[in-house]
Design a protein around this ligand. Structure first.
Ligand code: N2P
Length: 374
């Protein structure tokens, strides 16, 4: 969609604050990638604040994290605070889109954020990411080779890999009649009101695309129309679209089948052994999340110390054990206790990475709005 002329004029004259600009742009129906480009253009005449150029100086007394929920071990933060003398605050989010909207609105004050790989093009085009100071990351050698030089961040110049996982079906073995093995289960009326899907447009639309044999990054209008119809049909059987909080409902037995991320499913299993996790036969998503430092980070030295800290073997292992997500920290692997459901070779062939949808985000956003309203 083109940028409305009055918006463009206000932008050119510098009359709009970043926050007001974002609100107007979203009201005008612009997608996050379009807004990102707009904000980058609008900031071009000002030098970008960049906490990581020049000398970083001694470690600051504070650190503000903005992370996916349930992504830490219990002692990760207290141990860091004690050892480094830094007071840490943690805000959490439940989707990439929720986090990106806040960052693009100019949410300043965060030192570290944890996007999934498909969000990097949006963050780069808004010029939000500070280059990292690799010389401060003395534990960098612990990163497994397959996480080096990823396509979304060449040379790992702006990110430190945190964890990876898959999307699948978490279910109560003791309550379902047969183990679900297909996204089709959401059409099964026997489970009406006992099933949930993630509150995440990429996961919901992506899984129905997979069901019909398409890529989960498809932008083909016919494939998307079919996914929309499938999602609306399934919605009649859903209790809710819910992400991390579904764990307690699975444990309590209020939900029997949930579309869920692998680690969150493992966390629920730790409390209720009757929960199992399966990757549907039609295929699913695999994701990789990585820490980034916003250019506006007020405590860049503490941010680097924290990234280096999570690359320690014992810290990485504790996070993997508690969260159930795979660790990119290869030195941590021999120390992990829990049985993380690493995809088998056969499952890997059915898994696909999400990609930035660029200008087609508008189409996906509209379909998601229609599904939720439908
Ligand atoms: C953490 C969920 C992260 C999964 N609770 C999506 N990247």
């Amino acid at each position: 969609m083109p940028i409305p002329t009055d918006l463009a004029a206000a932008l050119a004259s510098g009359q709009l604050s970043r926050r007001a600009l974002l609100r107007r742009a979203l009201e005008a129906g612009l997608t996050l990638p379009a807004v990102a480009t707009l904000l980058a253009a609008c900031g071009r005449d000002r030098p970008a604040a960049d906490g990581t150029t020049g000398e970083l100086g001694p470690i600051e007394k504070e650190l503000r994290l903005y992370l996916w929920s349930d992504y830490l071990a219990d002692d990760t933060i207290p141990n860091f605070e004690r050892e480094f003398g830094v007071r840490v605050t943690v805000d959490t989010y439940e989707s990439n889109e929720e986090m990106a909207a806040k960052l693009l609105a100019g949410a300043t004050g965060y030192d570290l954020v944890l996007p999934s790989s498909y969000l990097f093009p949006v963050l780069f085009s808004a010029d939000l990411l500070a280059p990292l100071r690799r010389e401060l990351l003395t534990n960098w050698g612990n990163v497994a080779p397959m996480f080096l030089d990823p396509a979304w961040d060449p040379g790992n110049r702006h990110s430190v890999p945190w964890g990876w996982g898959t999307t699948g079906l978490a279910y109560r073995r003791d309550l379902v009649t047969a183990p679900p093995d297909s996204w089709e289960v959401f059409f099964d009326e026997r489970y009406r009101g006992k099933m949930t899907m993630l509150d995440d447009l990429r996961d919901v639309i992506g899984s129905f695309l997979k069901l019909r044999g398409h890529s989960l990054n498809s932008v083909d209008p016919a494939a998307l129309a079919e996914a929309r119809a499938d999602a609306i049909r399934a919605k009649a059987n859903l209790k809710a679209y819910v992400s991390a909080p579904v764990k307690a409902q699975l444990v309590a037995g209020d939900v029997w089948i949930a579309q869920l991320w692998s680690g969150d499913a493992m966390q629920a299993m730790a409390e209720q052994p009757a929960i199992a996790f399966a990757i549907p036969k039609e295929g699913s998503m695999i994701f990789s999340d990585a820490l980034v430092v916003p250019r506006s980070a007020p405590h860049p030295r503490a941010a680097h110390e924290f990234m280096n800290y999570i690359l320690r073997p014992e810290v990485g292992a504790a996070i993997a054990d508690k969260t159930g997500y795979g660790t990119p920290n290869q030195a941590a692997l021999p120390l992990t206790q829990s049985k993380i459901p690493y995809p088998t070779a056969e499952e890997l062939t059915r898994l696909e990475y999400q990609k930035d949808l660029a200008e087609n985000s508008a189409l996906w956003d509209r379909i998601w709005t229609e599904i939720k309203a439908g």
